[in-house]
Structure formats: structure tokens, C-alpha cells
Design a protein. Structure first.
Length: 151
């Protein structure tokens, strides 16, 4: 019985992983339509998790060709936003462990990303996906595609 459950779980994860790509973020209205117009700067807000923050900055350096900068907190956004139009946010949902009919579910953290348009104060959050590295990579690549399209 355990082998069947493991096989099903493995197949589901493999299928879901193969379905998520850069196109997923472009199709699902998860990026502002006018993103990148006017040579704007993306402000990357620190999540407080060094591992995730370092990954995000490295991904921006690798996949994003527009201007970006990092800030420690969102309260710094109020300063000098006249030339900045977007913030890149990392969201973390902490799930404490619990007991279910199948046994104990281990604690976990879901990590996903979003971009906030500071002019309209609208936040565009992306899909929640177990592997934050893949999700971040595809989301940042999608940001670059939209930015390039709107240049």
C-alpha cells in the first residue's frame, strides 16, 4: 500500500513540475500588463531568510536585464518611489505540523513570490508551488519577457 501511495505522489509531483513553466505566469495574469514601461526599477524586498534572499538576487542577476535593487523592508518603499514602480515580494506560509488520519504531517513552509505595482498598489501573486527555486526562476524569466516586450 505504501508503494502505491509513493508511486502516486511521485507521479503527481513529476506531472505538476513539468506543467509549470514561464508560460504559466504569462497566461495567468500574474504580472502587470505594463510591467517594465518607462525604464522602471524593481525593488526586491528582503524576506528575512538569507537562503531565499540570496537565491532571489542571484536569479535576478542571471535572468533579469532591467534595473533592480534590494531593500531590507517594505517601509523603505515609501522613500523615493517616484522613480520606482514595482516591488518584488517573497511570501512565506508556515504550516505547523498536525495529526491526520494518516499520521503526523511534518511542519513545512510554502514559499511563493509576487510583484506589487506601487502606482496602483495592486499585488500580483504567483502560483504556490513546492519548489521555490523553480517557481522563482520561471517567475523572474516571465518578468523579463514582459519587461522586454514593454520596452
Amino acid at each position: 500500500m505504501k508503494d502505491i501511495k509513493f508511486g502516486f505522489l511521485f507521479s503527481y509531483v513529476l506531472f505538476f513540475t513539468s506543467c509549470v513553466s514561464t508560460k504559466t505566469f504569462l497566461k495567468n495574469d500574474q504580472i502587470p500588463a505594463d510591467f517594465g514601461k518607462g525604464n522602471s526599477t524593481v525593488i526586491i524586498i528582503s524576506s528575512g531568510n538569507n537562503k531565499v534572499d540570496n537565491y532571489v538576487v542571484a536569479s535576478f542577476e542571471k535572468y533579469y536585464r532591467g534595473k533592480f535593487e534590494t531593500r531590507k523592508s517594505s517601509s523603505e518603499n515609501k522613500q523615493n518611489t517616484s522613480s520606482h514602480f514595482y516591488t518584488f515580494n517573497t511570501y512565506m506560509d508556515f504550516n505547523k505540523g498536525e495529526f491526520t488520519s494518516y499520521g503526523r504531517q511534518a511542519p513545512s513552509t510554502d514559499i511563493y513570490f509576487g510583484i506589487t505595482d506601487l502606482q496602483t498598489n495592486k499585488t500580483y501573486k504567483n502560483l504556490r508551488f513546492g519548489n521555490y527555486k523553480k517557481c522563482g526562476k520561471y517567475f523572474i524569466q516571465a518578468l523579463e519577457i514582459v519587461r522586454k516586450r514593454n520596452e
